[in-house]
Design a protein around this ligand. Sequence first.
Ligand code: KIV
Length: 272
Amino acid sequence: MPVRTFHKKLTAPVIQAMKKSGAKIVALTAADFITARLLDEACVDVILVGDSLGTTLLGYESTVSVSMREMLHHLKAVSRAKPTALVVADMPFGSYHQSTAQAVRNAVRLVRDGGADAVKLEGGKSQEKKIQAIVEAGIPVMAHIGLLPQSVLREGGYRVQGKTPLQAGRLKKDLHAVERAGAFACVLEYVRASVARKLTRYATIPTIGIGSGPGCDGQVLVTSDLLGLQTWLAPRAARHYAEIGRVMCDAFRHFANDVRVGRFPGKRESFE
Ligand code: KIV
């Protein structure tokens, strides 16, 4: 399988074309400059400034609380890293729900003021017109169907999607709607693996799965989950590739102890 090893700016059409070439799309989230730099160094294809930053970095109960102001703040930090990866910004809850005009206006802000290369918004058929209008404004859109974290209040929780033939049929309609609207890729979140595989086979645009099994065209994870940053959290769909939370905690304890016993700073860290 082709792997990206060279540093050339990735665009939405290149990501879309990866479906045909069979290269798996690798996407991870970032909300700060350092993480964006490191993800780019690791040749990740897509850096998603996801609204999951609300629950991970900012400590909110859900992503519903994330504002445009907060999203722009984090997006700008990521953009300053000038990644060659495609930078996709999540449209926060309430930033595209009122009207098509509002959706286009805020998508433009994320690109023009925040430096995003593309935007992502949640919803299938219900968002078709808005996706179409944003694409017509010249902004690539990544769609997001299946579990929609911004709808947690209405749904009353986070559940695997596509469990019944009716739900699977609805997902197929949603995917078709976002394709028709001109989305260049679609996130499938927590969709039953067999359904996600079928949707991927049927789709003309790449699917990027999270908790949706190996049959998708690409995979996305929340970076803090991959790193094991939150020692108190282990979502089933994520794999800890490191235990950075524990490493950090050990380092903090070590420093605190050194200060308390007078071992820090030493000669090397002092200026005579
Ligand atoms: O906000 C986010 O991180 C996301 C991913 C879970 C796809 O939308």
